[in-house]
Design a protein around this ligand. Structure first.
Ligand SMILES: C[S@@+](CC[C@H](N)C(=O)[O-])C[C@H]1O[C@@H](n2cnc3c(N)ncnc32)[C@H](O)[C@@H]1O
Length: 222
């Protein structure tokens, strides 16, 4: 999944991953991380997700990263927000109140930019990446994020080969391989999407598909 792939998807409007409501797992499970209201939250590969707004409304300073500039512009425009835009190293920073989106490549982030981050929200970021890049992504973020940061991770699981990614299936065993032993992995929920969203998934040859939600916490904090 190179940059051109994502730019083309956005340009063609193939953004089935975008949700018109705040993600219900975020609303239900974010409190499990126990972060104070003012804590800074990092949202990798954020698209134009409304989850950014929800996190800001909880009082968090929100730092998103997104490759596709028109998606960043759309986030602010569609939510009636006027952003201040300025260069920020390898990125362009779009800022409005507690919201800041860095437009650029997540793999260009430096530790100094993320130094204040206390929480991470990953929905459709890890599962957007093919297997080899997932390992690179987790290692990279592990190196640039403060060690004390906790993560709410939302993944997808379906039998290998039953659909083409992205989104890719990332089973619990892989989540553990990727994040342990640096972080503890606590499964919080498994939601059967054939039952909860039949209109989206039924009749497509998928025998099983589920949203999985995890809390990833630094070992020292357990
Ligand atoms: C599957 S979408 C998920 C968006 C968002 N998390 C959501 O829930 O709607 C993945 C997003 O990652 C962006 N992306 C892909 N590779 C990236 C990279 N290397 N750096 C920053 N953003 C990237 C894509 O443009 C796309 O908007």
């Amino acid at each position: 999944m190179d940059h051109a792939f994502w730019h083309a998807r956005w340009a063609r409007g193939e953004i089935g991953f975008h949700q018109s409501e705040t993600n219900p797992h975020l609303v239900r499970f974010w409190p499990a991380l126990g972060l104070p209201a003012g804590a800074e939250v990092f949202v990798p590969l954020c698209g134009k997700s409304l989850d950014l707004l929800w996190l800001a409304h909880q009082g968090h300073a929100v730092l998103g990263v997104e490759l596709h500039r028109p998606a960043v512009a759309a986030f602010f425009a569609e939510n009636g927000l006027a952003a201040e835009v300025r260069p920020h190293g390898a990125f362009e920073a779009w800022c409005c109140g507690r919201l800041r989106i860095l437009c650029g490549d997540v793999f260009a982030l430096a530790p100094a930019v993320l130094a204040g981050v206390r929480g991470v929200y990953d929905r459709a970021a890890l599962i957007a990446l093919p297997p080899a890049l997932r390992a690179t992504y987790v290692a990279y973020l592990g190196a640039v994020l403060p060690p004390a940061a906790a993560t709410l991770l939302v993944t997808l699981e379906y039998p290998e080969g039953e659909r083409e990614g992205p989104p890719f299936s990332v089973p619990e065993a892989e989540v553990r391989t990727l994040y342990e032993p640096r972080l503890t992995v606590e499964p919080l929920a498994s939601v059967d999407l054939l039952a909860s969203e039949p209109e989206r998934y039924a009749g497509r040859g998928i025998t099983r598909i589920a949203d999985r939600v995890y809390a990833l916490r630094p070992r020292a904090a357990v």
